[in-house]
Write a protein that binds this ligand. Structure first.
Ligand code: SF4
Length: 690
């Protein structure tokens, strides 16, 4: 029998819950977590939020998967098995599918909960070993439109500066971000700056959440109209001659087209369509023009729309127009949701680029990877998550390998995804617990959470940080990077990584963005913000010497507002349902609901209803209602609150029991296929008191 380890151990780790990337020490005794102690993290100092401090019980939960499992063909039930039998089956099925249908019958979904090294290996497995670019990650569900908006205009899909820059800005504009609940420690730094430095804060949102309450100016636009008010403010600034002509002449292309495109966005038009008064729009323009430094922050309230990429682009256009790039305390800050949303894409788990956003279509880049990986690589861009589900429906995709991703509770249109998952020939799910998606799998592989492995995460400000192993993997579970390597080698990969640091060394050698990244330079609480030069010089601030385009200039990318589709506004579905995070929970709660104290704070999902709508339907706190959309229904109790207005509703997304994605539909961002989770029309029926 194992001897219980009674020694206390202190291990540096990085929080597994949000893009702020708080670092702290975890004190353990064997598998027992004694306490979380923030030391002096580069992003968080000595702060954490309730999740980082108290939500670690999932590590020892009875819900953890301890063995590989395969679906028994006769009973259709899972049975525990050995790694050997699971890998034998994977090898046999992979070879069969590859032989019969070719490499593009495979698809791979990586996770922003896993490490950078694991993201790199997942795309290497797809590309080098299997021969397909069908690799994506869950940032497709949230942040890809922000990256698109920035790539179109300034060339790097990352925060312009650091969290410290946000704190130093004279004016912070927050669009579609419930910052106090989704990025709590970052929100605290803004609150401090507002109180002690006189920083001005503008919040634009449908819901009057805590940050909106604290704002110096709160804008409440009609749903899906953000590009209108952003363009109208830009147009007014131009008309007043408050734009930065010298900056534009030197650093930005395409000004004439932008000026022409903005002309239609008058204050009158904006007032009529957004509901924001003319005077308020002028005030916003005034504050931007008068502030020496402006940062704009945004999150899923912007990105998860049919026009998510366009709104992100409009934000960047406004910053370019007013010269709010290339200086400290200015710039664009898409707030990455999960702990490693930034890194999952940075390290190549997307269908059109290798690590460091090197394009698969670029012959020179491809030749470099072919030489390093000793293979012939696929030329065509692969499928994104949305297209993968479509390809399963169409019968062309036969095998899906998901790592750390509970697609059925996170992708929009859950019922449609369920049909696809039932249909796919071979489904592997690799996770720490038996997720709803894993219940459809043919093989389930037990993975290890962050405390049981080494690696790196990249936070929202492009900061790469190390995490260390605090305890051994539970049962027969293994770190994801080890599992991917086992599968690669069964398929002839000949990989020999003994430690994730060797993966990082390979990435650094092949990726200019990470040329100087090494584990040595990331030791302990040290961190690096990309791009990192070969000599280890990193970049707390982007665009110091220009923009990463051949001519060194940024470019205006004119965008126009497109009216939401008729289907979303007509018929019986007359209420608008918004959704977002709760402070206490992460995703659909598979991890955070394992902590009893946290669970007690928010035991069930609910829907927020305005006092006007509550009066119309005879609702009070606790009344059960059924919400219906064209795609599904959910039953939840009501919370009556003036945080929401009129015919707008708000429902947290952190629920396995009544997930909001039963109601969301097939609409996606026009440029990136990110689901339009924030464009849901529903009806409401009163069921009775709880
Ligand atoms: Fe920090 Fe975010 Fe973790 Fe909270 S959830 S401790 S803010 S990284």
């Amino acid at each position: 029998a194992a001897v219980r380890d009674l020694r206390n151990k202190r291990t540096k780790t990085v929080c597994t819950y949000c893009g702020v990337g708080c670092s702290f020490d975890v004190w353990t005794q064997g598998r027992h977590i004694l306490k979380i102690e923030p030391a002096d993290g580069p992003a968080n100092g000595i702060s954490t939020c309730v999740k980082g401090k108290f939500s670690w019980d999932f590590v020892n939960s009875k819900e953890r998967i301890r063995h590989p499992m395969i679906r028994d063909e006769k009973t259709n039930e899972f049975r525990k098995t050995t790694w050997k039998e699971a890998l034998d089956l994977i090898e046999q099925r992979f070879k069969q599918i590859k032989q019969n249908h070719g490499p593009d019958a495979f698809a791979f979904i990586a996770s922003s909960k896993c490490t950078n090294e694991e993201s790199y290996l997942m795309q290497k497995l797809a590309r080098q070993v299997i021969g397909t670019n069908n690799i994506d990650n869950c940032s497709r569900y949230c942040q890809t439109p922000a990256t698109m908006g920035l790539n179109r205009t300034v060339g790097y899909g990352g925060d312009s500066g650091s969290i410290a820059d946000i704190e130093q800005a004279e004016l912070v504009i927050i669009v579609g971000s419930n910052t106090c609940e989704s990025h709590p420690v970052l929100a605290t730094r803004i609150k401090r700056s507002q109180k002690h430095r006189g920083q001005k804060v503008i919040v634009a949102d449908l819901r009057r959440h805590e940050m909106a309450e604290r704002a110096d100016l709160f804008l409440h636009p009609q749903p899906s109209t953000d590009p209108i008010w952003l363009n109208a403010v830009a147009n007014y600034i131009l008309q007043q001659g408050w734009h930065k002509q010298e900056f534009i002449d030197r650093w930005v292309d395409n000004f004439d087209a932008q000026r022409e495109s903005l002309a239609q966005y008058t204050l009158e038009f904006a007032e009529e369509r957004t509901g924001i008064s003319r005077d308020t729009l002028i005030q916003v323009a005034n504050w931007i023009a008068q502030s020496k430094t402006v940062c704009i922050l945004w999150a899923m309230g912007v990105t998860q729309h049919c026009g998510g990429s366009d709104t992100s682009t409009a934000i960047s256009n406004l910053l370019l127009l007013t010269g709010n790039y290339m200086r400290p305390a200015t710039g664009a800050y898409p707030l990455r949701g999960h702990n490693n949303v930034q890194g999952a894409s940075d390290f190549g788990s997307i269908p059109n680029v290798y690590s460091g956003y090197q394009k698969v279509a670029d012959e020179k880049v491809r030749a470099k990877f072919e030489a390093a990986w000793q293979c012939t690589l696929p030329v065509q861009d692969g499928l994104d998550n949305h297209e993968m589900i479509r390809a399963i429906h169409e019968g062309t995709l036969k095998c899906l390998y998901l790592k750390g991703e509970d697609t059925i509770t996170s992708d929009a249109n859950a019922n449609d995804v369920a049909v696809a998952l039932k249909q796919v020939d071979f489904l592997i799910v690799q996770d720490i617990s038996l997720s709803e998606t894993a219940k459809f799998a043919h093989v389930v592989l037990p993975a290890s959470p962050s405390l049981e492995k080494e690696g790196t995460f990249t936070n929202t400000e492009r900061r790469i940080q190390r995490l260390y192993r605090a305890m051994k993997p539970l049962g027969f579970s293994k770190p994801d990077w080890e599992i991917i390597q086992l599968i690669a080698n069964r398929m002839g990969g000949k990989w020999k990584y003994k430690h994730p640091s060797e993966v990082m060394d390979e990435v650094a050698a092949l990726t200019p963005l990470f040329a100087g990244v090494s584990y040595e330079r990331l030791e302990g609480y040290k961190s690096l913000q990309w791009p990192v030069a070969r000599d280890g010089t990193d970049s707390p601030y982007l665009f110091k010497d220009g923009f990463p385009f051949p001519d060194g200039k940024a470019r205006f990318h004119p965008v126009n507002w497109v009216e939401p589709s008729e289907e979303q506004r007509n018929g019986e579905f007359t209420l608008h349902l918004n959704n977002g995070r709760l402070l206490e929970h992460f995703e659909q709660g598979a991890m955070t609901y394992q902590s009893e104290g946290i669970r007690a704070l928010t035991p069930t999902n609910f829907v927020e209803v305005s006092p006007e709508l509550a009066a119309e339907h005879g609702l009070s706190d606790g009344t059960m209602v059924e919400l219906r959309s064209p795609y599904g229904k959910a039953k939840v109790p009501v919370v009556v609150t003036s945080r929401v207005q009129g015919r707008e509703l708000y429902m947290p997304l952190n629920s396995i029991d009544q997930p909001v994605n039963r109601l969301t539909g097939p609409h996606v961002d026009r440029a990136t296929h990110t689901p339009a989770y924030k464009e849901i029309a529903v009806s409401l029926t009163k069921l009775g008191e709880q």
